[in-house]
Ligand binder design. Sequence first.
Ligand code: HAX
Length: 437
Amino acid sequence: MATLKETLLKKIQEHRPRTTRLVKEFGDVKIGEVTIAQAIGGARGVKCLVTDISYLDPMEGIRFRGMTIPETFEALPKVPGSEYPYVEGFWYLLLTGDVPTDAQVQEVVEDWKARAQVPEYVFDVLRTMPRDTHPMTMFSAAILAMQRESVFAKKYAEGISKMDYWDPMYEDCSTLMARLPQIAAYIYRMKYKGDTPIAPDPDLDMGGNFAHMMGIDKPYDDVARMYFILHSDHESGNVSAHTTHLVASALSDAYYSLSAGINGLAGPLHGLANQEVLRWTQDFMKKLGGEVPTKEGLEKALWDTLNSGQVIPGYGHAVLRKTDPRYTAQREFCLKTPGLKDYPLFQLVSMIFEVAPDVLQQHGKAKNPWPNVDAQSGVIQWYYGVTEYDFYTVLFGVGRALGVLANITWDRALGYAIERPKSVTTDMLEEAAGIKK
Ligand code: HAX
C-alpha cells in the first residue's frame, strides 16, 4: 500500500502540468473584473485565489473535494462503534482527493500518534501567560512557539529545491495536526478546570482522544469528529484561510502561517462569532429572568441589537445565500440526540432561526439573512458542559487547521507565488469614476 505521502506526491506530479499549462498558455484569459465597490469592500467576489480542496457554492454550500457535507460523512471510513468518520481519514481526503480505505486511515492514525508528543516548552509558554489571556491568544502563541521545530525552515536554510518544498511543508503540517488537539485540550483544562490536564490516550483516534483529554464522556467524541470536519475548510477567501495562505506565500513555514491564520479566526466577524452567539443568547435569557421566551420578545431583542448598530451574530455570510449546511448538519445532530432535542438553549436557537431571517430581511442590509455555522455550534458545546464560550473559537481553530494546512501543502507543491495585489489611491478611483475635477 502506498503511504499518504507517496500518494500525495503522485497527485502533485499529475497536477503540476495543469497549473503550468494554464499559466504559460492561457495566462491572459480573463476570469473576472474588479469594481470600485469590490476594491473598497473587502474584495468581495473577486476571483483571484485557486484551490481544489473545497469549493463554496452560494446556494448549495461547501463541497470538500467535490463532495457535499452529507456525502463526505457517508463516504469516509467510520470509527468503530461510531456513526462519524475518522478526522484522520478526512485529512487524507483533503490532501489527495481520494476517499481512503480503512488501512489508509490507519496509516494516518499511526503517523499522527508518532508525531503527537507536544514538547514541554509549549506547556511552559502557556503556563507563563496570565490565566485571563484569551484562549485564542494562548492557542496562537503555542503554535508559534513550536516554529523552532519547522522542518521547512530548516530545509529551506539548507537550500532545498523549489520542487521539493511541499515535502517539509507536509511534514510540518502533519506534526501540527497531530499536536493541536492536545494543545487545545490542555488550554481548556489549565484555564477553566483548575489546572488539571489529562494525558492523551494513545489507543484513541483524534476525535476520541480529544474528548478524553477534555474530560468529557461519549458522545462528545462524535461531537469532536463532526465539529472538526465541519469547520475545516470553506474555500480560500475567508480570513483564516486567506491569512494562512498569504503568510505561507512568503515561504514562511506552517507554524508562522497557521498562527497568523488563527489570529484572523479570532475576529468577531469570523470565528469568534460562535462565542458571540452564545453571549447574545445568554444575555437575552438573563433579561427574561426565567420567563419562557416568546417570538415577540425575541423579535424585539433582535431589533434592539440591530438598532444599537450591532450585528446579529451567527447570521449572514460573505458568500453563502442560504442556510449554511454546516448549521444544518449540527441542527440535525441536535434533533437526533436524546436530551439535546428538548434542551431549552437548543429550542431558543431554533426560535431565533424562525425569527431572525425575517427581521434581517426587513432590516434590509444583510445580503444573506440565513444562519451560518456559528449560530448552532455553541449550543452543542454548552450541552456537553463546555460552557466557557470564549473557548469555542479554539475548537474552530483545530478544525480550521485541517483545511488551511492541506491548502498550504498544495500551495508549495504547485509553486503558488508570493501574494502581492496592487493598491490604487482614492484619486485614481475618482478618475476611473469620471468625477475627479
Ligand atoms: N446582522 C446585522 N447586519 C448584518 C449582518 C448581521 N448578521 N450581516 C450583514 N450585515 C450588514 C453588514 O454589516 C453590512 O452593513 P454595512 O453596509 O453597514 O457595512 C451589510 O449588512 C452588508 O453586508 P453583507 O454584504 O451581507 O455581508 P459581508 O460580506 O459584508 O459580511 C459577515 C459577512 C459574516 C461578516 C456578516 O454577515 C456579519 O457580520 N455577520 C455576523 C457575524 C457572523 O456571524 N460572523 C460569522 C460568519 C461565518 C464565519 O466566517 N465564521 O467563521
